[in-house]
Design a protein around this ligand. Structure first.
Ligand code: FE
Length: 181
């Protein structure tokens, strides 16, 4: 046997370069490629609060999560929130931290936020801009310092924010549809 495939390598180059020969499963959703993810068009940033924006990437209505870039351009406290499900983050620019922890998420850091966590995101003085990729599962539940619920975001509130913003800036409410899966 002179060809080994299925373990990440092939001894025959021609076979290695052979695309998969069959159609994708009929229920398979289309892939999503967003380039550049950090947009050149400022209108793609959806305002969330003063000096805070998010840029939607994948809005998963089927699985109840969203991936987006969070951008902050002023130091201050963003939100205190509880996570019922995990969050994955990767810091692209700047830095931030949580009041509840002694670490700082610096540029290039990966952060895993565990279910059950309640924390308060802070961007410190001297950080001109922070951009972080987040995958948020389920919901962000906004709470006061005692855990009393004050509001929430989930993929559906995020979609709603996108629709309103994209409509207002002339891209049209349906602009958000390309990010839905
Ligand atoms: Fe969080």
């Amino acid at each position: 046997m002179d060809t080994v495939i299925g373990r990440g390598f092939a001894t025959e180059r021609s076979e290695a370069m052979q695309p998969y020969r069959h159609p994708m499963p009929p229920d398979c959703m289309p892939e999503l490629v967003i380039a550049p993810a950090i947009p050149e068009d400022e209108r793609l940033w959806v305002p969330q609060q003063e000096n805070v924006w998010f840029r939607p990437l994948c809005l998963s209505v089927a699985h109840g999560y969203w991936t987006s870039l969070l951008r902050v351009r002023k130091s201050g406290i963003l939100s205190r929130h509880r996570h019922p499900q995990p969050v994955h983050g990767f810091v692209l620019r700047g830095s931030w931290r949580y009041l509840e922890h002694d670490w700082v998420a610096t540029e290039g850091s990966y952060v895993y936020e565990t279910p059950g966590e309640t924390h308060t995101l802070v961007v410190d003085e001297g950080v001109e801009e922070m951009i972080t990729f987040f995958q948020v599962n389920g919901a962000m539940i906004y709470v006061d310092p005692d855990g009393k619920v004050q509001g929430y975001d989930d993929v559906f509130t995020k979609i709603d924010m996108c629709r309103q913003h994209y409509d207002a800036v002339g891209l049209g409410a349906a602009f958000v549809d390309q990010f839905l899966r």
